[in-house]
Design a protein around this ligand. Structure first.
Ligand SMILES: *Cc1c(COP(=O)(O)O)cnc(C)c1O
Length: 340
């Protein structure tokens, strides 16, 4: 697997493996509510470029391919508060590429903070050109049309859709799966569950492809969907995991029951806060000094707390992948602050 992985061009954005830490203080604070589980986090929120986050792993491969193809512009899509768009803007700046972002108004939040602060502030700071689109416009088609326009000017644009979740982008999480397997050996432990949020499915799909390619069990991964309804999330994640696996281990097939997803934390819709999410943000911040985000990791970690409380992982080790998204906190002031 490693041989094939290294055949894809990569633009370095990480410093090497992200650390895994145990949350002993949170275990203490939870007490009996920890349900006898040992809780660990993999710190994909701590990276050296652009405020960090899970999209940088995918962007190593995506920007790598853009540069290899001789592109001068990187175009991607997302919601107004897309973490992926912000990390793309930062990574493109570092690679010397222009960045254009097609951002759709898909989340019904109309307050000033949501529409101007957080990731949007940073997109501009990183020098990206932001195109705001109504929620019902096909943003990927708009991105492709813009790329053609750029082509007619004699330049060359690279286009990837929301979340950077193309099969190539998923290779970033194939790398993460390999890191986890090595880190497990180093601490002589095996995680019963590896928990991640699921938005555009690339994080889960990449991890599933990575564990499958290594002959390990992808059913150890559990994701909480925050965007697609459960059935669609399972279907999308399975397809993407198969495609990513095909890139690195064409002789292997994804097991039929490889993809496990929980739909209980999504709430009303993508980007709409839930009480459980706010509770998860607070307990993590107050007991460990760590930041979850309101759209993805806060909802997924609420699911972890729920599972612990129900004793699902008694006497087991659970690994939660912290995926970043801190700038989103400033865009969700109204949902999180207690002063109004
Ligand atoms: C995009 C994102 C996710 C979800 O990752 P996908 O690969 O899109 O499923 C999780 N957490 C944060 C903070 C994100 O920005």
């Amino acid at each position: 697997m490693k041989g094939r992985l290294s055949s894809f061009p990569r633009f370095p954005l990480l410093d090497g493996p992200t650390p895994i830490e145990r949350l002993t203080r949170l275990e203490q604070v939870l007490g009996a509510a920890a349900g006898g589980a040992r809780l660990w986090v993999k710190r994909d929120d701590v990276m050296r470029v652009g405020g960090g986050g899970n999209k940088l792993r995918k962007l190593e491969f995506l920007i790598g391919e853009a540069v290899a193809q001789g592109c001068d512009t990187f175009i991607t899509t997302g919601g107004l508060q897309s973490n992926h768009a912000r990390q793309s803007a930062a990574a493109a700046a570092r690679a010397g590429l222009a960045c254009e972002l097609m951002l759709s108004d898909v989340v019904p939040r109309h307050d000033e903070a949501y529409r101007t602060n957080g990731n949007l502030l940073l997109d501009d700071l990183f020098g990206a050109t932001v195109h705001r689109l109504p929620g019902d416009v096909n943003a990927l088609a708009a991105a492709q049309a813009r790329a053609e326009e750029i082509g007619r000017e004699g330049r060359r644009a690279y286009v990837v859709g929301s979340g950077g979740s193309s099969p190539l982008g998923c290779l970033g999480y194939v790398v993460c799966a390999a890191e986890i397997l090595e880190q497990e050996q180093a601490v002589d432990r095996r995680f019963e569950a590896i928990v991640v949020p699921n938005g555009s499915a690339g994080t889960h799909a990449g991890l599933a492809a990575g564990l499958s390619a290594a002959g390990d069990d992808p059913r150890r991964i559990l994701s909480f969907t925050v965007l697609a309804p459960l059935d669609k999330a399972i279907e999308d994640t399975r397809r993407l995991a198969s495609e990513a696996l095909h890139l690195i281990a064409p002789d292997r097939n994804l097991a039929g029951d490889a993809i496990r997803i929980d739909g209980s934390q999504r709430g009303e819709a993508y980007g709409l806060p839930t009480d459980a999410m706010v509770g998860a943000l607070r307990i993590m911040a107050r007991s460990e000094g760590l930041l979850l985000d309101p759209v993805y990791s806060g909802k997924a970690f609420a699911g972890v707390l729920d599972g612990m409380h129900n004793g699902v992982w008694e006497d087991r080790d659970v690994l939660f992948v912290m995926t970043g998204g801190t700038p989103g906190l400033f865009a969700y002031r109204d949902a999180i602050a207690r002063d109004d």
